[in-house]
Ligand binder design. Structure first.
Ligand code: ADP
Ligand code: MG
Length: 568
């Protein structure tokens, strides 16, 4: 069907557009970064597809992103010779939000512009940010390899709907024309555009070109010449030497690869030599994405082979518990025609994954152990955002278990607040001289943990206990039985043996009490029948008359509750 059709945006798109236009206006220049980022991705995609099918190049393999403007028409155009889009792709990509985490995002919106603006940033602004500065956007595109009559024209005023029709388009790729709103005339200037490009898009690998300008004496203004001028550095940022890259450039590159709007929390950049050679540039975002708990979400580390883009979210490059890491790995050894299937078996990939994992854990370790207050603060922020994901690593990554254990942070009876700030090393540093074990309690909520009757004897003796109330904590402690030679034990399990913390007098007292109350405990045991294995006198309690304990080798009471809730 070639005739013009009018289609409605998905409801969420309409909402997003409204929000974006109102809350991101003060940041309006970012639309250009988003459109250039998409153009660059489209070139990368074509380069990759053409590895298997060179005909897709249609004789032109020099990628370019062109920015031009028309002062009279008040339009700004961003064009690329990347992979382009088919009609169906246009309808999906520019009419819906096809992203995991969308529902969560919309459920978090508050209606408060300031708060929502930062949420949109977190969610990703993308193509729709065009409507911050434009009141009409026209897209012409044709997919690489398709017939010239398979061009698509999409147009919208960013309100409720868009039109779509088939057109002739001899050249492949995408051209996006923004019809600027009133008051955006300052964007119709080479000088202004170049400065925006250099600020946000300098790291883009493809050349971003504009027509040169010269002074016209008659018109008394700058006029365009026929010559192209490349505005950005147009080289792979990660291949440059660290000393030649500013923090600003690292941050802008992150926004492109991470599809993020905010600065990253931290990053690491290194060239690894030896048996396998590769460059890694890995970032930890400042905030968790909306789809972090969706195990099918994009992974975020891109794979390049000798600077040629190979694939997005190469899941083999990072273990699942580090799925929040963004960035690139550029391998010197892999073949260009590497496929996902090959990656699964590749020894090179295995050693790259091990190397990247170590690198990320090392980066977190140095943040956590830094003497610098700002760095330490960063680690606290990291823990707040990603701590729960990192905990998964305790069961997933046996080889790095000790490293991960050292990165864990807990609440404890020392501060008695829910803030997770205590490391196992801190805990050990504060242990009583005669204390041999690390004690913890697990419960459904922080308050339940904090008020657990099992803690009474520990509070009385001034022994710190780690307070666990996260669902994954049960799982963590099932894998973390020991840290630096100290056993981790639940205060709610078994016949609690406090070892040297217990004095002889207390033991004697308990024994005699057991005799004294024999009749009572037997009576209770009888009336509880099957429901209790054993009833005994304890010295654990100081205020409460009784408490439940699990047998040493049984699942804990809290885990039993979790399993029951899960229907097992
Ligand atoms: P994101 O880049 O995070 O995927 P965007 O909103 O920026 O989100 O873009 C949505 C989708 O539209 C892209 O994933 C891509 O498939 C498509 N797209 C956007 N711009 C282009 C382009 N210049 N060429 C080809 N496809 C594009
Ligand atoms: Mg994008």
């Amino acid at each position: 069907d070639t005739s013009k059709e009018t289609l409605g945006f998905q409801t969420e798109v309409k909402q997003l557009l409204q929000l974006m236009i109102h809350s991101l206006y003060s940041n309006r220049e970012i639309f250009l970064r988003e459109l250039i980022s998409n153009a660059s991705d489209a070139c990368d995609k074509l380069r990759f597809e053409a590895l298997h099918n060179a005909a897709l190049f249609e004789g032109d393999s020099d990628f370019k992103i062109r920015i031009s403007f028309d002062k009279d028409a008040k339009t700004l155009t961003i064009a690329d010779n990347g992979v382009g889009m088919s009609r169906e792709e246009v309808i999906t990509n520019l009419g819906t939000i096809a992203k995991s985490g969308t529902r969560e995002f919309f459920s978090k919106l508050s209606g408060d512009e300031k708060k929502d603006a930062s949420l949109i940033g977190q969610f990703g602004v993308g193509f729709y940010s065009s409507f911050i500065v434009a009141d009409k956007v026209t897209v012409h595109t044709r997919r690489a390899g398709a017939e010239p009559n398979q061009g698509v024209r999409w147009e919208s005023e960013g309100t409720g709907e868009f039109t779509i029709e088939m057109v002739d388009r001899p050249i492949r790729g995408t051209e996006i024309t923004l019809h600027l709103k009133e008051g955006q005339d300052d964007l119709l200037s080479s000088w202004k555009l170049k400065s925006i490009i250099r600020k946000y898009s300098d790291h883009i690998v493809q050349p971003i070109v504009m027509k040169g300008e010269k002074w016209d004496d008659e018109k008394k203004e700058q006029v365009a010449t026929d010559e192209d001028e490349t505005v950005n550095q147009a080289s792979a940022l990660w291949a440059r030497s660290k000393n030649d890259i500013t923090d600003e450039q690292y941050k802008e590159f992150y926004k492109h690869v991470g599809h993020d709007f905010e600065d990253p929390l931290t990053w690491t950049h290194a060239r690894v030599e030896g048996k396998t050679e590769y460059t890694q540039l890995l970032y930890v975002p400042a905030r968790a994405p909306f789809d972090m708990w969706d195990r099918n979400a994009r992974h975020g580390v891109k794979l390049y082979v000798r600077r040629v883009f190979i694939m997005d979210d190469a899941e083999q490059l990072m273990p699942l518990y580090l799925r929040f890491v963004r960035g690139i790995v550029d391998s010197a050894d892999l073949p260009l025609n590497v496929s996902r299937e090959i990656l699964q078996e590749s020894k090179d990939i295995e050693s790259i994954r091990n190397g990247c994992t170590k690198k990320v854990l090392g980066m977190l370790e140095s943040l956590a152990n830094s003497e610098d207050a700002a760095e330490k603060e960063k680690y606290a922020k990291f823990w707040g955002e990603f701590g729960r994901v990192l905990k998964e690593g305790m069961g997933e990554d046996h080889a790095n278990k000790d490293k991960i254990a050292a990165l864990l942070r807990f609440a404890s009876t020392q501060a008695d607040t829910p803030d997770e700030t205590v490391s196992l090393a801190d805990y050990i540093g504060r242990m009583k001289p005669e204390q041999e074990k690390i004690y913890y309690v697990t419960a459904e909520t922080f308050n339940a943990a904090k008020n657990s009757p099992h803690l009474e004897v520990f509070r009385k003796k001034g022994i710190e206990v780690i307070l666990l109330s996260d669902r994954v904590d049960e799982w963590v402690v099932s894998h973390l039985t020991e840290f630096e030679g100290k056993q981790l034990v639940s205060v709610a399990k078994g016949g609690l043996d406090l070892g040297k913390l217990e004095d002889e007098a207390e033991k004697k007292e308990q024994e005699s009490a057991a005799g004294e109350f024999k009749e009572l405990t037997e009576k209770i045991a009888k009336s509880l029948g099957e429901r209790a294995k054993e009833v005994r006198v304890t010295h654990r309690l100081t205020d409460s008359p009784a408490c439940l304990v699990a047998d040493e080798h049984d699942v804990s009471g809290n885990l039993a509750r979790i399993l029951k809730a899960a229907g097992q």
